[in-house]
Design a protein around this ligand. Sequence first.
Ligand code: PLP
Length: 393
Amino acid sequence: MTGLPDASSWTLDRNVAYLNHGGFGAAPVSVLAAQQGWRDALERNPTGFLVRQLPDLLTGVRAKLAAFLGADPAGLVFTDNATAGMQTIIAQLKLGPGDEVVTTDHAYVPVLTQLRKVAEATGAKVKVAHVPVPAASRSAVADAIMSEVSGLTKFVVVDHVASCSGMVFPVDLIVAQCRPRGIGVVIDGAHAPGLVPVDLDGLGADFWVGNLHKWLCAPKVTAVLHAAAQWRDGLRPLVASHRFDDGYQAAFDWTGTHDPSPLLAATAALEFFEQAGWPAVWEHNNDLAERGAGLVARQIGTAVAGNAGDGLTAAMRLIQLPEPLGEFDAREIERRLEDEYKVVVPITYHGGWQWLRVSAQLYNTISDYERLAAALIKLGIAVAARLFPADAT
Ligand SMILES: Cc1ncc(COP(=O)(O)O)c(C=O)c1O
């Protein structure tokens, strides 16, 4: 595809096939330059910048991000990362004894930990719906979640795009089924901004959190939290500072001294992708993920979870690993792939199986996946290779 930015727009090590964009994102050169510009401006007069200029600057960033996310700016606040955003919400769900919260077995483990801690402290119960990989359809995923819902359910907590599986959850169907029953929906959208189209007002969830430093390629650490109008008065940051009593957005805008340069440079990330055109970026990345994952799966004799166009997949795909792994441990394989073969890719665990989770971003090419496949075969991680001694050298 022509006309889109490529690896020359990033500072990534060109000797490495970097297939873990979903992990921590990666900021383009232009975005890092914009961040440095904001840092320089701040350090010329920290007091003037932080006290007098920053409030208006944050309002400007919020307006641009709200337009991108299809949200009323009044609902949007900033938080460091998805972990902090989810904790802020979960800590304030006002659960009581006997209340139930339904989540899934795709939930990010620290989010599950946060839910269980709050449930333990309040006498509430966490129910975990099993959502198979691959799933039959969007409605089958929604049904699996709703089958755990009861008259005691106060909230459903789901991923927008799951970490362990890359599955794009049918959040619209889930909200539509929960709302008439008076059940709140909390969405962990850590991966969503820049990976899938997001329309928060159209979605109508009660709470939603999204990282900007993953697929929007903003500098680390940047995230937003969105609360529906009825929740804003009751939601505050977990860290109280000067403006804690001045309302929802004022309380979140200042939680003590932070470096605001990553957030201010998030608009440069928006410009980077808007110039390329989001539909073209999504088409490129989804197609490359599909082709790349398919290539690896074919070469190692396994399968890819899901199909392009099923509404459950985007640019982060799961490739099944052959079973059993033998003596290989997932972390050791990741380390060897990086050290010996210059391939960075995570191995995730879901549904009793281990999977390679490959991402596709504009800087990737099909040769990155070819390198992964060749490395796996060298490491003996292929169905045919299990018949012979692995050649790990
Ligand atoms: C679904 C999900 N939630 C939360 C997080 C945490 O993101 P962060 O480390 O930026 O807080 C991740 C990170 O990958 C994630 O995939």
